[in-house]
Design a protein around this ligand. Structure first.
Ligand SMILES: Nc1ncnc2c1ncn2[C@@H]1O[C@H](COP(=O)(O)OP(=O)(O)O)[C@@H](O)[C@H]1O
Ligand SMILES: [Mg+2]
Length: 261
């Protein structure tokens, strides 16, 4: 289970991305980027954040710590932006907090080159969870004493349509605009190591971190227990289907890494 905190002060909205998360202080004296349950992307985005970050952490990829955070909408009464006020009003209760990395810089491949091994691991992970939010324009990578992965709300897209979710397993991962594709990512080396680390136990532990109340939108698959089983089945299916998508991913990474003639 994730640690739980209560927000004590609203600091400011974060406007870099699309979902308008808020920066908040909490009763554990921590500062968190809060992703709201009432945001347009809904609870599914919070589920995707928790599950994919849990998997990343288990694979040894750096992700900030997550907590659940109780938010009283009254905290932001001084915030002039109507959109923020609406968001807060819709988000009373349990939201997602992401440990704030103070002074983190946006990813710049020229200033912070990523080695081929790390690039391969990030690309492999993104292909497993279907992350479409790691592009050159919007890398969702931070530099803070090393490289950190953030913003996994758009992963696990199969949960938007459970009736055809199985088609996700062998879907091609389009890496043509991936933020690290030009760094010669060694996808096959990543596969050899991470493929063994990504066990059913690891997937189950990541799913156990999701609060039951966030799984109620998956009513078409049943209650929280059935929902976790459905996610676990799809992730296992994606892993087993590697022969269908991995060679293509490795080939596109190799093509891009080769200098132009
Ligand atoms: N843990 C963090 N530490 C520092 N800055 C963060 C952190 N998480 C997010 N940010 C900043 O907030 C922005 C928005 O967060 P993100 O998770 O990408 O949400 P979205 O893109 O959905 O709005 C990021 O681009 C980054 O600049
Ligand atoms: Mg983002």
């Amino acid at each position: 289970m994730l640690a739980h905190v209560t927000a004590t002060r609203y600091v400011t909205p974060l406007r870099e991305g699309g979902s308008l998360p808020g920066l908040m202080e909490a009763d554990d004296l921590g500062t968190y980027v809060v992703k709201y349950r009432g945001a347009g992307q809904g609870l599914k985005a919070l589920v995707a954040e928790v599950v994919s970050a849990g998997i990343a952490r288990g694979l040894g990829l750096p992700v900030p710590d997550l907590v659940t955070v109780d938010v009283d909408p009254g905290l932001a009464s001084g915030e002039p932006d109507e959109e923020v006020q609406d968001l807060l009003r819709r988000s009373a209760g349990l939201n997602l907090g992401i440990d704030f990395l103070p002074g983190a810089l946006d990813f710049d491949p020229k200033a912070f080159p990523v080695d081929v091994e790390m690039a391969g691991r990030v690309l492999w992970f993104d292909a497993v969870v279907g992350n479409m939010d790691r592009s050159h324009r919007n890398p969702n990578l931070l530099q803070w004493r090393g490289l950190w992965l953030i913003d996994h709300g758009a992963t696990l897209s199969f949960h938007h349509r459970w009736s055809s979710a199985q088609s996700y397993d062998d879907r091609r991962y389009d890496a043509s605009d991936h933020a690290l594709i030009d760094g010669s990512p060694d996808v096959m080396a990543a596969d050899a190591v991470l493929g063994r680390l990504l066990t059913g136990d690891l997937i189950e532990a990541a799913l156990a971190d999701v609060p039951d109340g966030w799984l109620l939108d998956e009513a078409d698959v049943g209650g929280p227990r059935e929902a976790r089983a459905a996610y676990a089945e799809r992730l296992a299916g994606r892993l087993s289907a590697r022969p269908a998508w991995l060679p293509d991913l490795a080939a596109s990474a190799a093509r891009r890494g080769r200098p132009a003639p």
